[in-house]
Design a protein around this ligand. Structure first.
Ligand SMILES: [Zn+2]
Ligand SMILES: [Zn+2]
Length: 169
């Protein structure tokens, strides 16, 4: 949703709480698409700290489907996001705002952009279906968690080959 900040910026001591849905069913990172399977409503509290200064705090929890880094099986990964941003009226329209308040356009707070931004910051670097996932066979593509495939994945070490030659000479 879009929330107009004009009033909260100018009303000293004011606190506003709002609840809204995050209107997105997927996360796109480096042109990969990851489905969002579950999503709680976003709760936001906006507190006027001084004239032109607002503290934004919020919470949302999501479950995203991310493929295991080794076997590619989809893994449901929960993301518990806690948001905290300091909004400054004096920054609106300045070049710094594009970096630090990219989710504010004019006086409009874009809650979807806010959450999208936070998802990217908290996106897990590495996802595994379980810690000792064996991955997939590089020869036949079988999921090695379901058993051995019997492929010969032995890569001869060239240095060993030299030693073997010496012994055979
Ligand atoms: Zn796996
Ligand atoms: Zn194999």
């Amino acid at each position: 949703m879009l929330y107009n900040l004009t009033d909260i910026f100018s009303s000293e001591g004011k606190e506003e709480t709002l609840t809204t849905a995050y209107e997105s069913e997927q996360v796109i990172i480096h042109s990969e698409t990851y489905p969002i399977c579950e999503c709680s409503p976003l709760t936001l509290t906006l507190t006027n700290k001084a004239k032109g200064e607002v503290l934004l705090q919020g919470e949302i929890s999501l479950v995203c489907e991310i493929p295991c880094g080794r076997c590619l099986k989809p893994v449901r990964v929960p993301l518990e996001l806690k948001l905290e941003e300091s909004l400054k009226e004096s920054m609106i329209g300045t070049p710094e705002a594009a970096d630090e308040m990219s989710f504010v356009a004019g006086y409009e707070l874009d809650t979807d952009a806010l959450v999208g931004n936070e998802i990217l910051i908290n996106w897990p670097m590495k996802v595994l279906c379980h810690e000792d996932c064996k991955g997939i066979c590089t020869v036949c593509g079988k999921d090695l968690n379901e058993g051995d495939c019997g492929c010969d994945t032995f890569v001869p070490d060239p240095r060993m080959a030299v030693i073997k030659d010496i012994f055979n000479a």
